[in-house]
Design a protein around this ligand. Structure first.
Ligand code: UDX
Length: 440
């Protein structure tokens, strides 16, 4: 079994660290954020991710998983280092902010006195790995014995453990100009996964970086494609959900990621397509990705459309009571980063409505981001006296709602389903005005 470190213990890093320990490796998680460290040391995951806490606790108890803020301890501990820090969008710019990634290399490399491999996992602009490799060799006492390889992560929030332990593919970018130990070590670390016949693609560094950017760009495009079609459906009286089912039967197209609604959000897709455009521009290939600007526009338009529908339903938003069910950017997550649901709630409130939000998991994060919205402790409470109920995140408990649950609670039996996750016939049969997005 290998000794490995994981730099960055956010979504990606904490999951990777816990899962590497689950594979039997000896793992040291490294971060400068003391409050995150304290939580993880105590066996608590600082965000909601089904199944992760169990994996974390089990491996801490087994002595395979520890955490530290000390880079020198990390450099001493292992010769395999994973880098999983964040690459957020720069303020006021499309490009990714590389300060966290750069700072790991600047701090860690000078401590590397033995041969070592740094496996980058963060989503980075193409060209980063090669740049970091040169910088690490320059700074490290071990010099050319330090390698940087790129091993992008494709995990989805809500399925992070499963996606890490049973990914549908693994990609490793290695420096073709200086063949080293990266591939061999990755094969050792991921031996169990390779035994499961999970496809393992070894590429050059740039390809590995681009695989990740392209995968996310494709997913975002697929969602915006169906949302663009939803606009045409709205204009023509067609039904986007039936349409998606129909085109989805063509397995070249596939039904997944064709759910029309208020669009994509979260900590990845929005910022990743923007960073991708910015990087293509720097490389002189900006024309290639101008369509992503449209993908972004279509996506943002869905939020505005949802606000319009709410306004139509209420006559005027001024003084209206609006119930918002869902704040997280998707179900089974407490993540509200760039959440379409919260964004819509905020816009509606700015237009003078009183907005009551309920989300099964994301209340604390929502309050921190949008302290001026009202928050309820149950879905029913959020719907009390509502002129319109908006379903903005397709949590199971919202999908299970029955018209009878809300009949006596709301002021007006009007529901707008921003995720097309409820059965229109059932609600209409019970006397409700039901509206979906891109549906008659
Ligand atoms: C995404 C990628 O899926 C993952 O591979 C990558 O590593 C990180 O980014 P994640 O951000 O967890 O993962 O969310 P994802 O499940 O992709 O959903 C993104 C957004 O798209 C959500 O807001 C979701 O509600 C929305 N979505 C998804 C749709 O609007 N329609 C769909 O059909 C699918």
């Amino acid at each position: 079994m290998a000794k490995v470190t994981v730099f960055g213990i956010g979504y990606l890093g904490a999951t990777h660290a816990a899962c590497m320990a689950e594979l039997g490796h000896d793992v040291l998680g490294v971060d400068t954020d003391q409050s995150k460290l304290a939580k993880l040391v105590a066996g608590q995951v600082p965000f909601y991710e089904p199944g992760l806490e169990e994996v974390l606790q089990r491996n801490i108890a087994a002595g395979r998983l520890r955490f530290t803020s000390s880079y020198s301890e990390a450099a001493e501990f292992a010769d395999i280092h994973f880098l999983g820090v964040g690459t957020p969008q720069k303020r006021g710019e499309y490009a990714a902010d590389m300060k966290f990634v750069d700072s790991v290399i600047e701090t860690l490399a000078p401590l590397l006195t033995r041969a070592a491999v740094i496996f980058g996992k963060s989503t980075v602009p193409v060209g980063t790995a090669s740049r970091l490799g040169a910088r690490a060799r320059e700074l490290a006492p071990a010099g050319d014995d330090v390698e940087v390889a790129w091993n992008p992560e494709f995990l989805r929030e809500g399925f992070a453990v499963q996606d890490t332990l049973h990914p549908d593919r693994m990609v490793l970018g290695v420096d073709r100009d200086r063949p080293g130990r990266a591939e061999g070590l990755a094969r050792e670390v991921y031996a169990q996964l390779l035994d499961e016949q999970i496809p393992f693609l070894v590429t050059d560094l740039a390809t590995a970086e681009l695989v990740k950017a392209s995968a996310n760009a494709f997913l975002a495009t697929k969602i915006s494609f169906i949302n663009a079609i939803a606009e045409v459906c709205e204009a023509s009286g067609a039904d986007v959900k039936v349409l998606a089912d129909a085109i989805g039967h063509d397995d070249r197209i596939g039904r997944k990621f064709l759910n029309a609604g208020i669009g994509f959000g979260g900590g990845c897709l929005p910022k990743d397509i923007r960073a991708f455009m910015a990087r293509a521009g720097e490389l002189g290939a900006d024309q290639a990705l101008t369509f992503l600007r449209e993908v972004d526009n279509i996506n943002m338009r869905r939020r505005t459309r949802m606000v319009e529908l709410a306004r139509e339903a209420c006559g005027s938003l001024l003084g209206a009571r609006v119930a918002v069910l869902g704040a997280a950017f998707k179900p089974d997550s407490d993540d509200v980063r760039d959440s379409p649901a919260l964004n819509v709630a905020g816009q509606i409130q700015l237009q003078g409505a009183s907005v009551n939000v309920f989300d099964p998991r994301a209340m604390e994060n929502s309050r921190a981001l949008f302290p001026t919205l009202s928050y309820s402790t149950t879905a029913l409470e959020a719907c009390e006296g509502a002129d319109v109920v908006l379903v903005l995140t397709e949590w199971k408990e919202f999908k299970a709602l029955k018209p009878a649950d809300l009949d006596g609670v709301v002021r007006s039996k009007t529901l707008i389903d921003g995720r097309n996750c409820l059965d229109p016939d059932e609600w209409r049969a019970a006397g409700w005005t039901y509206r979906g997005l891109g549906r008659p």
